[in-house]
Design a protein around this ligand. Structure first.
Ligand SMILES: [Cu+2]
Length: 295
């Protein structure tokens, strides 16, 4: 059929593009959860969608049905020019949206209590703490129990609930791993809590979901959910690394604005650094002075 080679090539490319578009639709996102929180959020999304479609679809169908039934040529349709009020119709018209609001409200109420970010996830495994600091424009992850830190890469054991403490060393950002669930703002001087768990091993994309300036577009990180043994290996490798100790001075140096920073790790971590960052209102004094960003 496609004799013209240019046309054949074009159509091949076009169908490839179409295929890619279809495939990216099921690529990592909130609809493809890897943990209980994201799965809960997806079911809220689908339940709310079902409740709304239960109203919207009959309304669309009825709009066409009424138009067709009361067309000029239908002599069987009753014409009531004096009609003004029907109690039964009022009841029907108001009760359905009222029910929809009650269902949607119930779904939101139950869901937001079940999936409350500071609420620990019930689990047999002991939870692990990871402290997250958003800086311009990279993510710093502190592992206080393991005494290491990483930049733009987060490694967590599969099946272990992780308690994230989240703050920012600069402007506001938003910590978000769509496949694990719930985005939480990272704000300077604030200490927010989020509990997440990865139940499927894999590499998930994490990002800042809140625009924070120039380098924001590259402010991405990977989350590697790995079996416990692989996590222990990761910790051992990070500890054996030759990098510097992450203490306050090193933190001030790393928090300096930079873009597109490659994942890295620190073999040692100064205890209590996260609290120090929160207490100093996030913005390191030395850093402020150097950039002249002091207000
Ligand atoms: Cu916002």
């Amino acid at each position: 059929m496609l004799r013209d080679p240019r046309l054949a090539r074009f159509s091949a490319r076009f169908s490839c593009l179409g295929l890619c578009a279809v495939l990216t639709a099921c690529e990592p996102g909130i609809l493809n959860p890897a943990g209980p929180i994201a799965a809960g959020e997806r079911s809220i999304f689908f339940n709310a969608l079902a409740v709304m479609l239960a109203i919207v679809v009959p309304v669309i169908v009825l709009a066409f049905a009424f138009g067709w039934w009361f067309r000029a040529g239908n002599s069987r349709a009753r014409h009531l020019p004096e009609w003004a009020y029907s109690g039964r119709l009022e009841l029907l018209v108001w009760s359905i949206p009222a029910l929809a609001i009650m269902f949607l409200g119930g779904i939101a109420w139950i869901g937001s209590h079940d999936l409350d970010p500071p609420r620990p996830i019930a689990s047999k495994a002991r939870p692990m703490t990871v402290e997250v600091v958003a800086t311009d424009w990279k993510w710093l992850f502190l592992y206080p129990e393991q005494g290491i830190a990483t930049i733009n890469r987060l490694v967590v054991p599969v099946g272990t609930p992780v308690k994230f403490r989240i703050t920012s060393a600069g402007v506001m950002n938003s910590f978000f791993v769509p496949q694990l669930g719930s985005q939480i703002y990272a704000m300077s001087g604030m200490d927010s809590t989020l509990h997440l768990r990865a139940d499927k091993a894999g590499r998930y994309r994490g990002l800042s979901a809140h625009y924070s300036g120039e380098g924001f577009a590259d402010m991405d990180f990977f989350v590697d959910a790995v079996p416990q043994a692989a996590f222990d290996r990761f910790v051992a490798t990070a500890r054996a690394g030759r990098g510097k100790t992450l203490d306050w001075n090193e933190f001030v140096a790393m928090a300096h604005p930079s873009r597109n920073v490659r994942p890295a790790s620190y073999p040692r971590l100064q205890p209590g650094l996260y609290d120090q960052i929160v207490m100093r209102n996030g913005a390191p004094e030395g850093d402020r002075a150097k950039d002249g960003r002091e207000q």
